[in-house]
Design a protein around this ligand. Sequence first.
Ligand code: TXA
Ligand code: MG
Length: 349
Amino acid sequence: MFLDELQSPVDAPHSDVHFSCFDSRQIELAAGLLRSGKVIAFPTETVYGLGADISQSQAIEKIFAIKRRPSNHPLITHFADITDLEYWASEIPTAAWLLAEHFWPGPLTLILHKSDRIPYSVTGGQDTVGLRIPQHPIAQALLRALGSRQAIAAPSANRFGHLSPTSAIHVREEFKNQIGMILDGGSCEVGLESTIVSCIGKTVMLLRPGGISVDAIENLLRQKILNNSLSHSVRVSGSLPAHYAPDTPLEICPTGNELWARASWFQQQGMRTAIVTHSSPPGTHKEHFDFILMPDDPVTYGKILYATLRKLDQLGYDQFLIEAPPNRLDWLAVTDRLQRASYHYLNKT
Ligand code: TXA
Ligand code: MG
């Protein structure tokens, strides 16, 4: 069966959650809540963030509590204006300036030495900070309304280890009424989290693939960058193995016959299985299995991945079976998220 209701898992803004976000009064209201030490959710072009004013220590603590995230896992600091980079970071190497000037505002987070203005509560006690200028107009408006040289610490607005939210509805599903305000910007344009690049010392290192491709970074810098995204030595919660996971067990399976043989095996065990492919299934399989056909380009696939898994999660399947993405650099971010979503279950069996 073709799960066609999932073909457009992109949500429009929902009136019961959001305020009209291009309404400057609502932006002012949100900025006021941040100033008074409240936590709010807001859209970025990657995923929704759970934001607190970095100068409000209680609000920062609240983020960790709401997310149930260990307090030594650093948060990304979002700010509005590249001219303030030296205000938030120190010892900024040339490569970092190049990346910032080229990709900001946008889905790139740079790890740099922090300045004294960044509290240790935000960096999980580390001397480095993750910095990002988001592109989303609501995120930009919110930062500007908060004031000059102010910043918002924001992890993805999901419970620790769970799928990141790409719509306001997802945020509400994650936290119910625990947060005062959710600014609704509809579906996120990128749909996967920012690319994280460490620029500490002389090395440029990829810590998490994401919205900006490795190719684009290497072309700009005219050098290969180290890929540490699958190493767990750096304290990046996004690099912990069991992450970005749906509630339903998820397995990645090689494309072709192996995929359908595995699907048959699950079916024989009496397990309701949803199959997520990006190449069209052979005709006979179309009738026998529940499947969803994803886009076969990594950008569109990445944009709807989390929303698709969330919707599938609600349909009560026992198992998700995902056709392995192509083994290509442009699929790196999608592959990374799928691997982390499956890791938990791989290691349980
Ligand atoms: O797209 C994104 O990056 C979204 C939006 C809201 O900006 N944010 C996001 O935040 O994905 P979070 O907390 O879910 O993931 C950020 C990752 C975490 O894995 C954190 O450990 C890492 O960035 N990080 C932050 N500061 C770091 C630092 N100083 N050193 C190494 N990793 C850092
Ligand atoms: Mg996250």
